[in-house]
Design a protein around this ligand. Sequence first.
Ligand SMILES: [Zn+2]
Length: 190
Amino acid sequence: MVWLILGNQLLRGMKHNREFEIAWQGLKPGVHTYTYDLDDRFMQERHVDESFSNWKAKVTLVFDKHENFFMLRFDVDGRITVPCDRCGDDFELTLWDEFNLVIKLTNEETEDIEDEDDVIFIPRSETVIDISDWIYEFVVLSIPLQHIHPDNADGKPGCNQIALDLLDKLSEQTNIAKNPLWKGLDKLKD
Ligand SMILES: [Zn+2]
């Protein structure tokens, strides 16, 4: 149970949130790689959509230190359980994406500088960078927009057919109820 062990390490780290802090001053110039294993606790503490569960996301951060700026690449790889948009049954969705970010060090107050796309300015005096919010944001962004059961190996839809049939019936009934013609007929009956 690799996930369990990593989960426990994460819980211990969470107490101080040190796990997500990078003390860049002590790093040599060049590439440094960090990995983070995220679970339900990390995601739900940040109030992620509650219909998503069983978070198992691994984020690999490649941190490239230069003198006046840092280049960060976040690779997200994982899976979650989501309800299907079509039949409502839960299924497992794969998360995969990568995100780039540039952090520029500045001697000015950062309030005076407007962030550009994917470029963050931080004052040189901020020697520790907490990356937990970016990690959360990127994991959420890696969720595909469409949540529909993949097809089975035989090419048939992987959805719960019984649920789909029931939904069909229900929408038929609502259509009948909404139809003014039927309402008129109901009056005639009285
Ligand atoms: Zn489905």
